[in-house]
Design a protein around this ligand. Structure first.
Ligand code: HEM
Length: 398
């Protein structure tokens, strides 16, 4: 795929000494060209796209997909069973994906989401009461960042909150980047759990998305398909948001002037959240695609079957698009970040994630104005073993 000797290619995951930055290797590559060949964590070759314009165009390009015409010989991205290699069938991917969007989109309609807003704000208030009651110091990850998205996704899907530690462990296990057998087993357990839930919802429907899906999806193996969709939502809908709450808090703690600006004018919260989404991408590596045809872009010839990684966190710092791109600025107005992707696979839960993040970052700085890290930032444990990255704990004082 390239004339660069492949043994010399930089290999993912790149070191990331500072969780609030993308790391030096990404920066060097982004300065070299918007698209560079790299070695994936699995040791295969892929195109890493760091330029904003190129990433946005490729997100929307129908010649890229998640499937591969010859999956056995596709470049592997990582050891994870989720996004670690090709998914789906090339011949039916577009139709399967359109059908998935058609079934899921109503569950996340703008109306349904705006009805949820007040409830999410109540949940945040309740968790902040618990934080206050716990007293300083506390682990913000444990008390706020983890339970909030999990409470919300559980209620939305009709999943018992009491099961949260089980499904979170499977969900985290499924995105283990290094152990394919463990990742596949965890995904199987998550799926099995959802299958049992689907059977229960069929017998006793509730006011929730899984019950709606049970009523909508028919045809062969309808329960299996609903379980698959439910597992995907449980997976996509919690860890992503958990990590943005952690990293958003860290960004505000690292920029006290910006936290003050937000506290003094809570109307800035929507802009602050967009800025957190732009800069606060905890994972690395990029969203995987496979070329379904030859593509010429930015002077690079991507051949049919090549793996492509859309490095959103780097594209979101492209100086061609964002003035003073590395600056965290809650008052930034033009902010067309790619944190939720772009094009046909644009995040279905973006509206929900925004509601959760806005509720957190409206309430947290106001109620805990003296919040500070309880340990030096270098001591925070950044996870490099899972797809979603993020922190294991966020010790704070106030
Ligand atoms: C801040 C939190 C979140 C972030 C940063 C995020 C990010 C993303 C991104 C980048 C994609 C596109 C993936 C790709 O193009 O390959 C995506 C897709 C998706 N997200 Fe989210 N997401 C978040 C929260 C959520 C929530 C709360 C839900 C649901 C409850 C959700 C459900 C989905 C689904 C179902 C897809 C797949 C869409 C498709 O393939 O058509 N996400 N998300």
């Amino acid at each position: 795929m390239t004339t660069t000797p492949t043994s010399a290619l930089p290999q993912l995951p790149f070191p990331r000494p500072d969780i609030l930055d993308v790391g030096p290797t990404y920066r060097t590559l982004a300065c070299t060209a918007p698209i560079n060949p790299v070695r994936t964590a699995a040791g295969d070759v892929a195109w890493l796209v760091t330029g904003y314009a190129e990433a946005r165009a490729l997100f929307a390009d129908p010649r890229l997909g998640r499937s591969h015409p010859d999956p056995e010989n596709a470049a592997r991205i990582s050891g994870s069973a989720v996004l670690g290699g090709p998914m789906g069938t090339a011949a039916t991917e577009a139709a399967d994906h359109a059908a998935m969007r058609k079934v899921l989109t109503p569950a996340f309609s703008a109306r349904r989401m705006s009805r949820l807003r007040a409830h999410v704000e109540d949940l945040v208030d309740g968790l902040l009461d618990e934080l206050a009651a716990h007293g300083s110091p506390a682990d913000l990850h444990e008390v706020l960042s983890f339970p909030l998205p999990v409470l919300v996704i559980c209620e939305l899907l009709g999943v018992p909150f009491a099961d949260r530690h089980r499904f979170s462990a499977w969900s985290a296990g499924a995105c283990n980047l290094n152990d394919r057998a463990a990742s596949t087993a965890a995904l199987g357990q998550l799926f099995g759990y959802m299958r049992e839930l689907v059977v229960r919802k069929r017998a006793e429907p509730g006011e929730d998305v899984i019950s709606d899906l049970v009523a909508t999806v028919d045809g062969p193996d309808a329960d299996g398909r609903v379980a698959g969709l439910g597992a995907m939502l449980l997976f996509a809908g919690h860890e992503t948001t958990v990590t943005r709450i952690d990293v958003g808090t860290l960004l505000l703690l690292a920029h006290p002037g910006q936290a003050d600006a937000l506290r003094n004018d809570p109307g800035r919260v929507a802009g602050a959240v967009e800025e957190i989404l732009r800069l606060g991408a905890p994972g690395g590596g990029g969203l995987p695609r496979y070329a379904q045809a030859d593509i010429d872009v930015a002077g690079v010839h991507i051949r049919s079957g090549d793996a492509v990684l859309l490095a959103v966190s780097v594209a979101n710092r492209d100086p061609e698009v964002f003035a003073d791109a590395d600056r965290f600025d809650v008052t930034r107005t033009a902010n067309p970040h790619l944190a939720f992707g772009h094009g046909p696979r644009f995040c279905i839960g973006a509206g929900l994630a925004r509601i959760e993040l806005q509720a957190v970052f409206a309430a947290l700085p106001a109620r805990f104005p003296t919040l500070a890290l309880a340990v030096p930032v270098e001591q925070l444990q950044v996870r490099s073993d899972v797809l979603t990255g993020g922190l294991t704990a966020l010790p704070v004082t106030w």
